[in-house]
Design a protein. Structure first.
Length: 411
């Protein structure tokens, strides 16, 4: 490759350098080595100083390096962008060497001078101002304001069911339609700490549903009533948790739909927060639901099937309970210990009561301590007497049947 050396000393001869120049660039500009002089009728030119500060007046401007054949390898220039617009440094052929954003300084040096354009390498010297660093560092949930990073929750209005992904981190979604669903990506896909803000500004219930087997607050989905909002955070493994849940002062009720099959079930905090509760499923044994030991009103609906009872009580173990017949809806009150039927009162009288027919295993009129003993209606016009789930007597207007016969006494 060509070199430029002193014939007496053998040392590299460098062109006479200008130490510093500031360029206010309003058009594409060509640098020239100072040894060649300044000014050129072909294009706007500036001397290639050791240090150049550039203010690009307009966007998308180019600063061209000098001809590489005229200097030795290692010739260097430090170029700093002191303006607000990014500009590009290119070789004389128009090949991009580096783009320099606002506030950044690039040290460029020649590594191959065998061609007109040469081959240049660069080293980034970093930002001359903190505002450039702030703009570069601002990611999801952050925005550069002057020289600092600040929190940012960009708002997006949606009116149709939407699937959220990792790209939606830190966004603020406002629902603006009727009933709808927002589906969340797998927590493992978005990672631990991913979060999104959601508000129901629409006219119907908005359901938040994780994908697959993931849960939200330990359950399959979460509902937002009108005007309600919350922040949803991924655990990065199998689900999401929420905080800052803003409850509506108008639409305070949410519904629990739970399938039961028998035994004793203690409601979780997420489950008993629902004032309206519907129970379904085929009972294979008596089912007891344990409500929290706190003061609350519940609206309960029993759509289960099977010849067994559905009972509601608290964990105290000694308070009163309520047995809810199948295909019945009841309002109950809990005082923290006892569960009461809100429709019963000692000061009032009832002229008639209509109840479900019941069955021999779950008679409609029974006893709290023995729910399989009592009265039921096996068929039209017949009253059945059940004893521990077994038919004992049938009484109609034409007959009286005693299954086990009459033992002792007179008849």
């Amino acid at each position: 490759m060509p070199s430029y050396t002193d014939p007496f000393t053998g040392q590299t001869i460098s062109p006479s350098q200008v130490g510093y120049v500031e360029i206010s660039m309003a058009q594409d500009t060509v640098l020239e080595w100072p040894i060649n002089g300044n000014g050129n009728a072909v294009a706007y030119q500036e001397p290639a100083a050791n240090i150049i500060q550039v203010n690009a007046i307009y966007a998308n401007l180019t600063l061209f390096t000098p001809i590489a054949l005229q200097v030795s390898n290692g010739q260097s220039i430090l170029i700093q962008n002191i303006g607000s617009n990014t500009f590009t440094v290119k070789d004389p052929y128009g090949v991009t060497i580096v783009s320099i954003p606002s506030g950044i300084a690039e040290y460029i040096f020649l590594t191959d001078n065998t061609t007109f354009g040469g081959i240049w390498s660069t080293v980034t010297f970093g930002a001359g101002t903190s505002s450039a660093n702030a703009a570069t560092l601002a990611g999801d949930g952050l925005v550069a304001q002057g020289t600092t990073l600040n929190q940012s929750y960009p708002e997006s209005a949606i009116n149709s069911s939407t699937f959220l992904t990792a790209a939606n981190r830190a966004e603020f979604w406002v629902w603006s339609s009727g009933v709808g669903t927002i589906t969340l990506s797998a927590a493992s896909a978005v990672g631990n700490g991913w979060f999104v803000n959601i508000r129901n500004g629409g006219s119907g219930v908005l359901t938040i549903t994780p994908i697959g087997t993931d849960t939200i607050d330990g359950v399959a989905n979460k509902q937002l009533q009108l005007t309600e909002s919350m922040v949803i955070v991924s655990n990065g493994v199998n689900g999401y948790f929420t905080f800052a849940y803003g409850r509506s002062s108008v639409f305070q009720y949410t519904q629990l739909s739970k399938v039961v099959t028998g035994g004793t079930t203690t409601l979780s905090a997420v489950e008993y927060a629902n004032v309206v509760q519907q129970y379904s499923g085929v009972l294979t044994s008596d089912q007891t639901i344990i409500l929290p030991s706190t003061v609350q009103v519940y609206y309960l609906n029993n759509t289960t099937s099977g010849p067994f009872s559905l009972t509601f009580e608290t964990a105290s173990g000694f308070g009163s309970n309520v047995i809810l017949a199948q295909n019945t809806t009841l309002t109950v009150v809990c005082d923290g210990t006892n569960v009461f039927n809100a429709g019963s009162a000692a000061a009032s009288s009832i002229t008639s009561v209509s109840v479900n027919p019941g069955s021999v295993g779950a008679p409609t009129v029974n006893f709290a301590s023995n729910t399989s003993t009592g009265l039921y209606n096996p068929s039209s016009g017949v009253i059945g007497f059940s004893s521990t789930g077994v038919n004992s007597m049938l009484l109609s207007n034409t007959s009286f049947y005693v299954a086990a016969g009459i033992v002792g006494g007179t008849f």
